[in-house]
Design a protein around this ligand. Structure first.
Ligand SMILES: Cc1cn([C@H]2C[C@H](O)[C@@H](COP(=O)(O)OP(=O)(O)O[C@H]3O[C@H](C)C(=O)[C@H](O)[C@H]3O)O2)c(=O)[nH]c1=O
Length: 190
């Protein structure tokens, strides 16, 4: 299992090893010991899964407010996504910056998004299934969002001519300028 630190403090990709044979492959997709050693002492309490039928489906950008902020470990079980994390920690040297990674059933790559970040993805194929572990339970009262197309964030979503397929909620999320302070930067995480 290879763990790689990305350019935004606290965000990592995790690439589990696959043991292939003439049947297919086997892979350990999560190890608490490796995660704790390389990423941090986070523990997961809920697993989520979503199916998006259409290419160009954009889910996000979402986060939960403290004290119910969630860390998310995201992977793609079918199809492929362009996965994005946005730093929302006031005082962070990378506040408002984002990082993106392609996660797919083929590459088996995972993205760890720590509390303090917004998360979203755009599907690159039809019938995309995304599964992710979270470090706190869903709390509608703490559920918040950021506008996916906010020019201040400037995410180059790979829609490739497809029009974005959004929920009504996501179509009317506020831009960063209207969000106010939602998280504070507490220094380098690792
Ligand atoms: C997130 C969540 C949602 N729900 C219910 C609430 C709604 O009735 C329904 C759909 O929720 P929503 O439209 O927020 O689902 P997504 O647009 O896929 O949002 C998710 O996708 C983006 C990329 C994320 O990072 C968030 O974790 C998550 O918000 O599921 C639950 O019951 N439990 C949950 O944990």
């Amino acid at each position: 299992m290879h763990v790689k630190r990305l350019e935004l403090d606290g965000v990592f990709t995790i690439s589990p090893r696959r043991f292939g044979d003439d049947r297919g492959y086997f892979s350990e997709t999560f190890r608490q010991d490796i995660f704790s050693q390389n990423v941090g002492d986070f523990h997961f309490v809920q697993d989520n899964q979503s199916l998006s039928a259409e290419r160009g489906t954009v889910r996000g950008l979402h986060f939960q407010l403290a004290p119910r902020a969630q860390g998310k470990l995201v992977r793609c079980l079918a199809g492929a996504i362009f996965d994005v994390a946005v730093d929302l920690r006031s005082g962070s040297p990378t506040f408002g910056q984002h990082v993106s990674v392609e996660l797919s059933a083929d590459n088996g790559q995972q993205l760890w998004i720590p509390p303090g970040f917004a998360h979203g993805f755009c599907t690159l194929t039809e019938n995309t299934i995304v599964a992710y572990k979270v470090t706190d339970y869903y709390s509608p009262e703490h559920d918040r969002g950021l506008l996916w197309s906010d020019p201040q964030i400037g995410i180059a979503w790979p829609l490739d001519g497809f029009s974005a397929r959004l929920s009504e909620k996501d179509a009317r999320q506020p831009p960063l300028a209207e969000l106010g302070e939602v998280f504070r930067y507490e220094g380098p995480t690792r």
